[in-house]
Design a protein around this ligand. Structure first.
Ligand code: ADP
Ligand code: MG
Length: 950
């Protein structure tokens, strides 16, 4: 019996444990409802696991947008979801009284920014920072937002303003294919990866109507023009030209069918981005006419041919490197080179390139081969033949210079077509489409700059997020100081700090213009910045490198080529050469500007500060952050659920790495560093009220250290006012709980309990929640034991009482039955006795009556109404005469004489009789119908039912 109970109880324990967990899950958030949680901060507790599960559940339910506090997380559906971006939905968000109460959506963010601008509350200007990995949907998001603004930021009444907004919108939208063609490329991660940062400023007038826009770009990855990692591609535009040009255009640009270029790897891959016609149309809409377009494509074709120029090592240092001949036609990357016509390939390439760029051929070759040095006080000019590597560098530099200027020119064209008159706008909404954190097997200056920008933006985000948290804590009446969070300042100090940082060291190398090896730079960085907690070193790395521990993870940067890239030296001869070009576009890109000329003097000889890549980038980043700081920021984090671009596929690992890279995990950690568990008072009291039992059971007087109640100011109007005493009671049990949980002698005894009571919620850490749950389970167990004990006692007592009662009843019934039996026996005996006695008495009397008077009575008092034969029968009956032979006896009556009216019969037969006027006492009493009743003396005492014998 006991075993069974135990077995049962252990089974229910296991079940109870599971259900307890489920119960807690339900209390904290509810597993089944995960996809309904539209804010990741509502996931309880806020951990990576729960955040991932929530995102996955929502993705499975086709809910691609989720809030995460002040951030919107946008999952890329990788499939068309037209209803998600319909104009009707835009209007719904625009018309909603509280758009943030609707489902999370980029339109909610857009509408929020728009209303903020309308409300004119400082800071009026708004910025939306869209970040995420390549292919996560940043550009898509920016495009959708622009469409949204074009719908909402146009006056419904003024047709003209509507037209302006539409025109601006169309131009901004048209700028996308152009900028993507020139600035995007296919990388390992994304077929359409933006290789530059973009900030679009949508300008609004005082009536909040869009009057114009401005685009600013950051850090175009121009090295991609001349150098592409294996399996990656150059910028889309090169492929578009080669694949989309007409026969005439091919002839004109010297791009025969099937031609291959060393700067055009993987041309066999056809992407949907390779749409030359779309780019051309967009350019046309932006005001770039067909001749200008052709001019652009011609220059780009010239650059492609430039890439096919290779130099051979010179035998003599005094001699310049010659062009490589046909026999050695293999380039260093193993790429295939082509030759045109019968001219040697290089000569063909240089000639074609020169003709396409409209440069004189010999000066072009000479500029690539020979370096011009100005030295001495008189700035005498010396010429020095370059090594083969230097020639290659100069060739690459020329191409990068042209491409970068072309890109900037395009941006300026776009700007001039969409920019409004500075007086016509008063406020703006900024859209920042930035590249995300990057970490490749080999990282260089580009990654350092990108990651530096991400660190800056993360710092901005954290500051903003913490401010938002602070506001929530302030609303709850809590003190902010208890959240211990280390921001990424240490990492930023390492990269950009003053006086010494990685940037300053690299810049210094450029300024000193001294030859330094990669290993020397590594040693310098390591020795000078050894104290930084964010600097690491990979001992196993064979190449000189250093590690920076970013907020999103450590990244190893190779020092080789870092200084050169930072210097980004543009030999002045190259600029001068390009200024000689007869090409109309190159003339625009490289104007004869004396100021520029002096700027591009070799820096070693001028005293002007060197404008390195890092310093230029830093300056533009600071400018951007200044703009962002002056605005109210909104964050959209785009997430790619898988790298294959497949719909309905959510890969947790990949999403996790992106959450890390976009800083969401950091945010979660910050949240965890604070008090991620927030439980409304009502719920808290309902769940943990039973903990008060612990308090009364343990040490009733011990109250130290107590939870932070200093800030639990209860406003009298809150309905929680009635909860206060209960809540306070519960909070007083917590020290006992933590003390019980701490190991003996643990100094943690003295630490304050990590629970804070706000005005409407109780804030706590994960560990505290665990403790509370443990305490609750303990109380529940005790209660269960108590209930079980009481129940068993009660059941035992009840059974005992029932047994006693049953015994009593049985005894009583038995005695009653016995008595009853005896009584009946007794009564029966008495009745028999009495009847017997009566019968005996009657029998003797009857015998006497029968013997003595019946005959006389019958004879004397024969029935009056009975005559003749009937009378005889009566007499026979009375006299018990045999009926058989009437002749043997005679019956005589004297009725007439006596005048008797009644007859008394003998008791041998059942005779009904009627008494009338009897002279005898009681004879006139009519007998009762009862057969046994005895009412008169003359009645029949014994009745015979059967008169058969008569
Ligand atoms: P990013 O700019 O972040 O590199 P894109 O915005 O170019 O990425 O998005 C990459 C691809 O993902 C797009 O070409 C599109 O096919 C798809 N995509 C992104 N967001 C969405 C969306 N909200 N709905 C449908 N498809 C999307
Ligand atoms: Mg993009």
């Amino acid at each position: 019996m006991l075993q069974q109970v135990n077995g049962h109880s252990s089974g229910s324990d296991a079940q109870g444990g599971k259900s307890l967990r489920e119960d807690l899950q339900e209390f904290l958030g509810g597993e089944a409802l995960l996809h309904e949680l539209d804010d990741l901060t509502k996931v309880n507790p806020v951990t990576l696991e729960t955040v991932l599960r929530c995102l996955q559940a929502r993705y499975a339910a086709d809910m691609f947008y989720t809030s995460a506090g002040c951030t919107l997380v946008a999952l890329n559906p990788f499939k068309p979801v037209p209803q998600l971006y319909s104009p009707a939905l835009m209007r719904e968000y625009h018309a909603a009284p509280q758009p943030q109460k609707l489902r999370p959506h980029i339109f909610a963010v857009g509408e929020q920014t728009y209303r903020n601008v309308q409300s004119l509350i400082e800071p009026v200007n708004q910025s939306i920072i869209v970040s995420g990995e390549s292919g996560a949907g940043k550009t898509w998001t920016s495009r959708c937002l622009m469409k949204f603004y074009a719908v909402v930021a146009a006056s419904p009444t003024s047709l003209e303003s509507h037209k302006i907004a539409e025109r601006i919108e169309q131009r901004i939208l048209n700028s996308n294919p152009v900028m993507e063609a020139f600035g995007n490329a296919c990388t390992l991660r994304n077929n359409n990866s933006s290789r530059f940062g973009k900030f679009i400023q949508l300008q609004l007038n005082s009536a909040q109507q869009m009057t114009g826009a401005a685009v600013q770009t950051y850090l175009l990855e121009k090295t991609r023009v001349t150098c592409q990692a294996s399996s990656e591609r150059n910028f889309h535009i090169f492929y578009q030209i080669c694949k989309g040009a007409s026969v005439d255009e091919r002839l004109q640009w010297h791009l025969p069918e099937g031609a291959s270029f060393s700067w055009l790897p993987n041309p066999e891959r056809t992407l949907e981005e390779d749409c030359f016609q779309v780019t051309r149309e967009a350019m046309l809409h932006l005001g770039i006419d067909i001749p200008t377009q052709n001019n652009i494509f011609q220059v780009l074709a010239g650059l492609l041919h430039l890439g096919n120029i290779w130099f051979a090592d010179s035998k003599d240092e005094a001699q310049s490197c010659q062009l490589m001949d046909d026999a050695k036609c293999e380039n260093k990357d193993g790429g295939l080179c082509i030759s045109f016509g019968h001219t040697p390939r290089e000569q063909g390439s240089i000639r074609t390139s020169a003709s396409l760029l409209q440069l004189p051929e010999d000066p072009l070759l000479e500029t690539l081969q020979i370096r011009t040095i100005r030295a001495g006080r008189q700035q005498q000019v010396f010429q020095k033949p370059c090594s083969r590597a230097e020639c290659d560098t100069r060739r690459d530099c020329l191409a990068k210079l042209v491409y970068a200027r072309l890109f900037d020119w395009l941006v300026s064209v776009i700007n001039s077509s969409i920019c409004a008159d500075p007086d016509s706008w008063t406020t703006f909404i900024g859209l920042l489409d930035v590249y995300g954190f990057e970490s490749f097997p080999s990282n260089s200056l580009e990654q350092l700059c990108i990651n530096y920008a991400n660190e800056k933006l993360q710092q901005h985000f954290v500051a903003h997020y913490l401010r938002a948290q602070q506001e929530e804590y302030a609303v709850e009446g809590l003190d902010w100081s208890f959240v211990n969070y280390q921001d990424n300042q240490a990492c930023l100090d390492l990269i950009e700090g003053s006086p010494i940082s990685i940037c300053s060291l690299i810049n210094e190398e450029c300024r000193l213009n001294r030859p330094s090896s990669a290993a020397q730079l590594q040693t310098r960085i390591e020795s000078t910045l050894a104290g930084s907690p964010c600097l690491g070193h990979n001992k196993l790395s064979r190449e000189p490198s250093f590690i920076v521990v970013h907020y999103a993870g450590p990244v190893q940067y190779h020092t080789a080529g870092l200084v050169e890239k930072n210097k980004d030296p543009v030999p002045p001869e190259l600029t001068r050469l390009l200024q000689q070009s007869q090409d109309p576009l190159l003339k625009v890109l490289f104007p004869m500007d004396p100021e520029e000329k002096s700027q591009e003097e070799p820096s070693g000889q001028s005293r002007a500060p060197v404008l390195t890549v890092v310093s230029k980038f830093k300056a533009s980043l600071e400018q951007l952050l200044q703009v962002l700081h002056s605005t109210t920021p909104h964050y959209i984090r785009c997430i790619k659920p898988n790298s294959q671009g497949q719909a309905h596929t959510f890969l947790q690992e990949e999403v996790l790495s992106q959450l890390e890279a976009c800083g969401l995990v950091e945010t979660i950690h910050i949240s965890a560093a604070g008090f991620p568990i927030r439980i409304p008072h009502q719920n808290f009291v309902e769940r943990y009220e039973l903990l008060r039992r612990l308090c009364t059971r343990t040490s009733p007087g011990s109250h130290s250290p107590s939870p932070d109640e200093g800030h639990s100011e209860w406003s009298p109007h809150t309905k929680g006012a009635t909860l206060q005493p209960l809540l306070q009671d519960i909070l007083h049990t917590l020290p006992a709980l933590t003390q019980a949980a701490a190991t003996p002698g643990d100094p943690a005894e003295a630490t304050p309990v990590p629970v804070h009571c706000g005005r409407t919620k109780v804030f706590m850490t994960d560990s505290m929640l665990e403790l509370l749950e443990c305490g609750r389970a303990q109380v529940l167990e005790q209660c269960a034991c108590c209930i079980q004990g009481s129940w068993r006692r009660h059941r035992h007592r009840k059974q005992e009482r029932q047994r006693q009662a049953a015994t009593l009843i049985q005894a009583a019934i038995r005695s009653w039955l016995a008595r009853k039996h005896i009584q009946r026996m007794h009564a029966a005996a008495t009745a028999i006795k009495r009847t017997w006695q009566k019968w005996r008495a009657q029998t003797s009397l009857l015998e006497a009556i029968i013997r003595l008077w019946p005959l006389g009575l019958v004879l004397a008092n024969a029935a009056v109404g009975v005559r003749g034969f009937q009378r005889k029968l009566v007499v026979w009956a009375c006299l018990q005469l045999p009926m058989g032979n009437p002749s043997s006896y005679a019956v005589q009556t004297a009725q007439e004489q006596a005048g008797v009216t009644s007859i008394r019969a003998l008791p041998q037969g059942s005779i009904k009789f009627h008494c009338r006027k009897s002279p005898l006492p009681y004879a006139d009493i009519c007998p009762e119908p009862s057969l046994h009743s005895v009412t008169g003396f003359n009645q029949i005492l014994l009745e015979r039912h059967s008169l058969g014998h008569m």
